[in-house]
Ligand binder design. Sequence first.
Ligand SMILES: *Cc1c(COP(=O)(O)O)cnc(C)c1O
Length: 825
Amino acid sequence: MKKQPSKSSKAAADVQETKAILNSMEAHLTYSISKYSALATTHDWYEIAARTARDRMAERWMETMQTYYRDDPKRVYYLSLEFLVGRTFSNAALNLELHGEFKQALHELGQNIEAVSEMEFDAGLGNGGLGRLAACFLDSMATLELPCYGYGIRYEYGMFHQKIEDGQQVEHPDNWLRYGNPWEFPRPEVLYPVKFHGRVVQFTSEDGTLRHHWVDTEEIMAMAYDTPVPGFGGKTVNNMRLWAAKSSRDFDLRYFNQGDYIQAVADKNASENLSKVLYPNDSTEMGKELRLKQQYFFVSASLQDILYRYKKHHATWDELPNKVAIQLNDTHPAISIAELMRLLVDIHGLGWDHAWNLTTRTFSYTNHTLMPEALETWKVSLFEAILPRHLEIIYAINFQFLRQVMHTFPGDNELLRRMSLIDENGDRRIRMAHLAIVGSHTVNGVAQLHTELMKSTIFSDFNRLWPGKILNMTNGITPRRWLNQANPALAELISANIGTGWIRNLDELQKLRALAKDAAFRKAFGAVKRANKERLAAMIEETLHIRVNPDSLFDIQIKRIHEYKRQLLNVLHVITLYNRIRQGTHPNTAPRTVIIGGKAAPGYVMAKRIIRLINNVAEIVNNDPLIGDRLKLLFIPNYNVSNAERIVPAADLSEQISTAGTEASGTGNMKLSLNGALTIGTLDGANIEIMEEVGEENFFLFGLTADEVARLRASGYNPWDYYHGNTELRQVLDMIASGYFSPDEPDRFQSIVDALLCHGDHYLLLADYASYVACQERVDALYCRPEEWLQKSILNVAGMGKFSSDRTIRQYAEQIWHVGPVPVC
Ligand SMILES: *Cc1c(COP(=O)(O)O)cnc(C)c1O
C-alpha cells in the first residue's frame, strides 16, 4: 500500500492553525461562556468549539453572499418543509478541513473531540429520507459552488425522541433548542407578514381590469434565522434560511385600547404555535389545518424574500425565470404556485397570462412517492376558510388547464375528471400533485424505476399531454457526511491508498476495484469494519445492556417503520432462524445479530404494533439458552442522523426489502453500501441502480419485480396459498398468532397475522417469504467465506460513485435549473 500525504489523511495537525484555534477557544471561554476552565462543562466546551468553527465560516459566508449580490447570477431556491441536518460541529470542522486541528486543540485543553461532539443536539427538522435528501443537497450545492438557498421552517420541536418502554414506542418532545443553537443567526429585521383567513373583494381598476383584494385577514409575522452551509473546502458558504412565526399583535393597539392585555399576550402565543412542531408523519398526510398553515407560512415568507432580492437588481418581472429557479421538495410547498400568481397579479398588477408564463418557467417539482395515501390533497372547504384567494386562483388555473386538455384530447370527459386539480369524488379536494405538475416546467422522480412508474401509472395522463416534462434525477447522498465524517477509519484507509480526490469526486472510488484483490488491503479493510462493529457493540451494551458478538454478521435494517418497507418480513425471517436453530435444522453457520431501528408515526397503529412485535420476539430469542450466541435481535431506539452515523459503518448486511414498486428511491441503501455493507434487496427504487453499479454478483437479490407484483395483485393474490404451501411460514405465523412471543397477552399480535392472511397482505410478504429466506441462506454461506465477503464488500464501496449527491445536483443544475458554479474569490 502506498502512502500519499494529503490534507485529510495526514497524522499531524497544522501547528499554526491549531494555535489559532486554541486562542479563539480561550477567548470564547472568557467572552462567550465567562467561566474558569475548571468550571467549564463538556457542554461548555462544545459551545466554545462550535463558536470557534462558526467564526471560521463567517467570513467566507459573507464573501459568498456578497459575490452573489454583486454578480447577480441565476439563483436556486430549494423549498422544503424538512431539513434533516443532524449535528453540525464535526461536519463543519471536516468541511473546513480543520478537524485534526480541532481535535488537537481540544486535546490540549484536556477534552476529547468525540465526547465534545456528542454534546450537540441533532437538528432533527425532518422525518426521514425526504428531509435528509434536502440536507445532503445543501452540502452538495455548496461544494459545487452553486448559488443556492435552502428555505424551510425553524421548528421549535423537531422529530420526536423515541423511547421504548415495555417493548412499545413512546414519543418524547425533542427540545433541541433548550441550550440555544450556536449555528443559527437570528435576523429580527428580516420579517414578513403572512396573511390567513379573511375574504376576497373584487373591484374594477381605473384601466377597466378586474382586480382582487384579500381583506380582513389575520396576520402572522415570519422571522428569518440563517444557518451557514459550508461546502467541502470551505470556499463557498451558502445559506439555509428557516422561518419562525412571531406574533404581529405586539403592535395591535386594539387590545390595549380594550384594556385586554392578558388576552393580547395569550393570542401572541397562539400565533407563534405555527412553527412550534414538525408533523411526525412520513409518507402519509393527515389534512390538518395547522399543517396547511405551516406550508403557506413558509412559502409566503420565502417568496416575499425571493422577490425582494430579485427586485434589488431588476425593474421589471420579465427576467424572473432567468434569475430564479424554485425547486419544490414534494408537494408540501406546492401552494407556492398559487402564491406567486397572487403576488404577480394582485400585488404587482401583471396580467394573468404574463404572470402564468413567468410562474411556470420558474418552478420545478420533485415527486417522492407513488403511494395514494401519501399524495397530498386538501379539502376545498378548508382552503376556502384559510386561503380564499388562493382557492380562486387554483380554480382559474384549473379552468385554463382543462381547456387545454380539452383542445388536445377532445371529447374525453373521463380524462378531464382524472386530470382536474379538483377531485370531485366525495368531499371536494385539491390535488396538490396536479397543481405542482401544471405549475412547473419540469417534474422529476428520484430513481429510474420510480420515474418510469410515474410516467406509466399515476401521471400517465400528464406524460401524454406533455411528453418529456417528467425527468429522472436519481437520488444521492453526500460522501462528506456519510463516509468522511461517519467512518473516519475507512476514509483514512481509502485516502491512504487512492488519495483524497474521492471526497469531491466519488467516482474515484473505482480505483478500489483493483485493491479488492490485494490481500493486505482486504486485511486492513476488514480491520476497519471490525473496529466499527466493536464500537457499535459497545454503544449497544451501554444503552441496551445486551452483549453482542462483533464477529457475528451484523444484519441491519434502519429506516422509518412502514408496512411497505417490510420490517415484518425481516421478523418472519428471524423467527424462521430461531425455529431452525431450535429444531437443529440450521447449518452451523456464522452467528447473526439482527438490528432494526426506526420511528413509527405516532398515529400509525400497525407500525407501532410491529415495533412491539420486534421487541417481544427479541425478548424470547435473546434469552433462549438453546439459541445462545447464534442469533440476537435488537431494536435500537431513536433512529436519527447521529445514530445512523454510528450504525452504518458497522453494517455487514443492508436490508432493503420493500415490495417492488413502493420505495421511490431510498437513500439508506446508498449509505450502507458506501460503507461496505452488502445489500439484500428487491428490485425496487435505487436498489436496481446500485446493483447495476456494484455488479449482480455482489448483491443479494430476491423477490418479485414491480411488474410481477402488479400482475399478481391484478390476477387475485391469495396469501393462504403461501400459508398452506410452506410449512416453515405456517409455523412462524401460527406462533405469532398464538401468543408465543406475548404469553402475557396471547392475542396481542393477532391483528398482524390477520393483516397478512385475512386482509390481503397488501405488501405481498408471503409471496416473497420463500425467496427471501433462500437468499438469506446464500448470505450465511458467503459470510462463512470471509475473504470472498470482504472482496464483495470492497467492490460495493468501489461501485458507489454514482450515488454521490454531487452527481444528482449537477444533473438538476444542468437539466432543470440551468445554473452554473459561481466561485467565490
Ligand atoms: C438516510 C436516512 C433515512 C432514509 O432511509 P431509507 O432507508 O432510504 O428509508 C431516514 N432517516 C434517517 C435518519 C436517515 O439518515
